[in-house]
Design a protein around this ligand. Sequence first.
Ligand code: PEP
Ligand code: MN
Length: 330
Amino acid sequence: MILHVQKKANLVALQDFYRAYAIEEKNYYVLITPSSIKEIDESHKEDIIASFPMDTDIQLASRKYISEAREIKLSDTVKIGGASNQTLMITGPCSVESEEQLDEVAQFCVAQGVQVLRAGCYKPRTSPYTFQGLGHKGLILLAKMRDKYGLKIITEVKDATHVEDVIEFADIIQIGAKAMYDHGILRACSKINKPIVLKRGFGSTLQEFVQSAEFILSGGNMNVALCERGIRTFESKTRFTLDLCGVAYLKEHTNLPIILDPSHAMGYAYGVADLTRACVAMGVDGLLIETHPNPSIAKSDASQQLNFEQFSALKKSLDKVAEAVGRKII
Ligand code: PEP
Ligand code: MN
């Protein structure tokens, strides 16, 4: 259950009684109780302004609690979710590989009107024998691109050992699919106000996915976007399966902005453009597309990254699709 509590109430006593988390809002406290609690006690009627019984542990993210879509503000003009009707394009390579590579992509972003540059520094590789990312050096390069080109930077955190490092450098923190359950990361991200893009674990249900988001929300950070990036199914011809039914569910039942990553779902560059158009047609809030100056020599995810020509052809094709569903690509 979610409770709105008067500022003058004895917060600690109410928290103890309801075993609740508390978040401070401007005019009241928000208490989030375990979902097993369904009623408020008579003696607290004066302190509690409003109560929202919930049937599952999806609470703060639920449309039953806040029916309007939540908005994440990256700057005065860059906003996703809410009533903005904007679909934010995020692009860049899978990994930061070198200053030359990143600079080329950053210049390309500026030329394409893309405002957010992505690139991983701490890579959650499946094999220990492949490129693991440049780590802290990569973050420094990303910060350099932000200063040089005025781009916003999103980069991923794969475990709690470097979460503070990523939080310090990034404008948006991406929690990798394999890290969706990492409580050290979730807790650290709940204590800040920077936007978080939480990727869905490829073996996670929608319930588990949104519950991970609840860890961040209930710790006090409301700037959470959900990212569908493909789940594992019986199909092996594509890398993963982009769960668009899941996206429809999330749009209907949660109030969080939704970002789609067709690159990791498909695993091959050839399908990314069609999938991206399908995502835009679904009216999503953001897109995460991997782009590399020369995908064939990329140090990670080489097969799925678009080259510059492919990306610009894709980008050109999106405006009409967006317009058809009342959206604008930013
Ligand atoms: C990535 O964005 O490069 C990445 C590793 O994504 P995911 O965590 O979805 O696999
Ligand atoms: Mn990748």
